[in-house]
Design a protein around this ligand. Structure first.
Ligand code: CO
Length: 140
């Protein structure tokens, strides 16, 4: 079902500072920035590698304490927030996982970073790991 690890989501308190750290220390390239008022966060995607097998570090900074990432930071501090796996057919993957008894946070795929489609699976079903499915859309 999983094609590859698409990105690792990292919660941070200062997106600018953390993005600069990853760029300067590890040579990652900032390729996407976005703000979501719905989820109360700003995000940045930093590309790892330059070939067809690229993957990303996704930085997440909450806009307020009373948001999912804000509560995560208060509880656990900065660090790994979730893992995003690429799938070829996110609708089919969600249906199959639901049948296997995996709890879905997103019953239906929604719009994600870099024009992808994404959905979260509940960490309680996956040994405490918040897991994201990503379907990359080519050409757009
Ligand atoms: Co993500």
């Amino acid at each position: 079902m999983f094609a590859r690890i698409h990105h690792v989501g990292v919660a941070c308190r200062d997106l600018e500072k953390t993005a600069a750290f990853y760029a300067e220390t590890f040579g990652l390239t900032l390729v996407w920035r976005a703000r979501s008022d719905e989820y109360g966060l700003v995000e940045a995607m930093l590309r790892v590698g330059n070939d067809n097998f690229e993957s990303y570090v996704q930085l997440l900074q909450p806009l307020a304490a009373d948001t999912q990432v804000g509560r995560f930071l208060a509880r656990r501090g900065e660090g790994i927030h979730h893992i995003g796996y690429e799938v070829n057919d996110i609708g089919a993957a969600l249906a199959e996982l639901s049948k296997k008894g995996i709890r879905l946070i997103d019953e239906c795929p929604r719009h994600g970073s870099m024009n992808s489609m994404m959905a979260f699976l509940h960490p309680k079903s996956i040994g405490g790991v918040l897991t994201e499915l990503v379907q990359v859309r080519s050409g757009g």
